[in-house]
Design a protein around this ligand. Structure first.
Ligand code: DGT
Length: 230
């Protein structure tokens, strides 16, 4: 067994690593990634690896997610360095299942979140340069291969409503401008394809509707997603 970044363990070694089909689920905050992953958690042959948010909230007793939201200027470099480290860990997990589904990836951390902080003036030039060099090193030396990106596309106003409803205290003050800008960065990257390289084919699922309709859409896309890995 292998220790996962989220504290769970999973089998490794018996399956040929190359046969694992990796799906990265991308989308804005509140776009429905957790609902998507919850749906696929019970599908045979799929291993879901959640985003390491719980680690970000407890780095030796420090809640770095909260620190970042409270004072991004001060804490973005520390937070994004840790996100990059933990995401690299998730990319490296080699599960016994045929399909590995991960929430976000090292790509969206760099292309959407780091970029957003930098463009918003919350990440100084030098911190941006360090994170970028660290990211480039990982790309050259580590395996962060992804076979498919599922992009959950959602209106930023709807994301905001969902964030308000779930009421995570760290996210209480996330402004609509932040969500709009993150949305635009996802769209530039995955739809317009005019910003950063896209590491895998993209399947777009619109998640503006309510939970039951969105779950139906996930159901409809299930066989398509499973067939990609066949
Ligand atoms: P969902 O299920 O689509 O509503 O997704 P969430 O909100 O459970 O998950 P996600 O990935 O959108 O984000 C969890 C929190 O962590 C959220 O407050 C945004 C934040 N976050 C995730 N990745 C990064 C990152 O690389 N940088 C920054 N600054 N924040 C991040």
């Amino acid at each position: 067994t292998k220790q996962l970044i989220n504290g769970n363990t999973c089998k490794s070694g018996e399956e040929d690593e190359n046969k694992i089909f990796t799906v990265a689920v991308e989308g804005n905050i509140g776009s429905g990634k957790s609902t998507f992953l919850k749906y696929f958690e019970n599908v045979p042959g799929v291993e879901v690896i959640p985003e390491p948010v719980s680690k970000w909230k407890d780095v030796n007793g420090h809640n770095t997610l909260d620190l970042m939201y409270k004072d991004a200027n001060r804490w973005s470099l520390a937070f994004q360095s840790y996100v990059q480290l933990t995401m690299m860990g998730v990319h490296n997990v080699n599960c016994g299942s045929k399909i590995k589904m991960m929430e976000r990836s090292i790509y969206s951390a760099r292309y959407c979140f780091v970029e957003n902080l930098y463009k918003g003036g919350l990440l100084p030039d030098v911190d941006y340069a360090i994170l970028s060099e660290f990211y480039d090193w990982i790309q050259s030396n580590e395996n962060t291969h992804v076979d498919l990106i599922v992009y959950l596309q959602s209106d930023p106003l709807i994301c905001q409503e969902r964030i308000q409803m779930r009421n995570r205290y760290e996210e209480k003050k996330v402004p609509i401008e932040y969500l709009q800008s993150l949305h635009d960065l996802h769209e530039d990257w995955l739809i317009k394809k005019n910003s950063f390289s896209v590491p895998a084919p993209v399947l777009v699922i619109n998640t503006n509707a309510g939970i039951s309709e969105v779950t139906k859409k996930f159901e409809q896309h299930k066989s398509q997603i499973l067939s990609y890995s066949a």
